[in-house]
Write a protein that binds this ligand. Sequence first.
Ligand code: HEC
Ligand code: HEC
Length: 289
Amino acid sequence: MRAVLRLKPRRPDLIGAAAVMRVLLGICVLGLSVPKTTAQQPASSSQAGGESKQKPTTGSKYPAELVEQGATLFQQRCAFCHGRDATGGESGPDLTRSKLVAGDVDGEKIGAVVRNGRPEKGMPPFEVADEQVAALAAFIHTQQKQARSRPGGRKGVDASDLQTGNAGAGKQYFEGAGGCAKCHSPTGDLAGIANRHQGLELERRMLYPEDAKSKVTVTLSSGKTVTGVLAYLDEFTVGLTDDAGSYHSWRIRDVHYKVDAPVDAHVTLFSKYTDADIHNLMSYLQTLH
Ligand code: HEC
Ligand code: HEC
C-alpha cells in the first residue's frame, strides 16, 4: 500500500541534516540575500539571455496564479544569481538546463536546495514556506518547459552540445551497469528515439519520463484479475482504463491491487547517474535513428 494518494513517484529526501544546517547558516541568509536583492533588482537588459519578457504561463500544467507568484518570488530572491528567466546569471547556473529541476516532482528537490542552499558553492539557504516552494517550483518548471520548447531560441544548448560523451561507453552502460536493457531495447521501443526527440528534450525524457503511465492489476474478491493503466487512485477508490479504453473502478476495501510504476526505475537511477554517464548515454541514444 505504498503511496496511496500519489500517482507520481516520490523520492526519499535529504532533509535530515537540513534543519541543523539551516540554523547554522541562517545568518548567512540575511547577510547574503538582503543587500543583493535590493542592489540588483536587475535591469533585465543586463541579464544573460535577453529573453526576460517571457510570460511564464504558456502551456503550463500549473495554475497561472501560482506561476505568477513564483515569478515574483523568483525575481525578488533568485533572479540576481539565476537570471530573471532562470536561464542563468553571473553567479548561478541555468536552471532550465538543470537535471535536478528536470527530476523534481512538486518542488521536492528544488525545495531541498532552496532550504539547505549550497553554501560551499555560493548559494545561500532560504527560509521559505511550503507554498513558496510550490510557487517557485511552478515557475522554474514552467521556464524549463518553455526553454525546451524553443530549441533555436535558447542559448548554448543543442543536440551537439549533448554529444560530448562517448557513444560506445554509453552503449556499454546501457547494456550493463545502467540496467537500461532490462526494460528497453535499441531495436525495439527506443528504435528511432533520436528522430523523435532531440537534445534537451531527449535528455529530459531519459532522466524523467513524466508522461509514463503506471500499470495496475486489480484482483476482485472472486479471484478474477483486471489489468490496465492506472487512471485513478485515492484512499477509497482505484480506477483503471483497460485495453479497450473502458474505465473501471472499485472500492479499495473490496479488492486487492498492485501498482507497477516502471518509471520509478528512472527515478531511482536518477540519483546514480554521473554527468559522464548521462553524456555517454545521450551520445548513444543519439545514434538510434
Ligand atoms: C547568491 C546566488 C544565488 C541565489 C540568491 C540563489 N541561488 Fe540557486 N544556486 C546558486 C549557485 C551558485 C548554484 C550552483 C551550486 C552548485 O554548483 O552546486 C545554485 C543552484 C541552485 C539549484 C540547483 C541546480 C542544480 O542543477 O543542481 C536550484 C534548484 C536553485 N539554485 C534554485 C534557486 C532558487 C529557487 C533561488 C531563490 C529562492 C536561488 N536558487 C537563489 C546561486 C544562487
Ligand atoms: C524498470 C524499467 C526501466 C528501466 C530499468 C529503464 N527505463 Fe527508461 N523508461 C521506462 C519506462 C516505463 C518509460 C516510459 C515509457 C514511455 O513513456 O513510453 C521509460 C522511458 C525512457 C525514455 C523515453 C522514451 C520516449 O520514447 O520518450 C528513455 C530515453 C529511456 N527511458 C532511457 C532509459 C535509459 C538510458 C535507461 C538506463 C539508464 C533506462 N531508460 C532504464 C522504463 C525503464
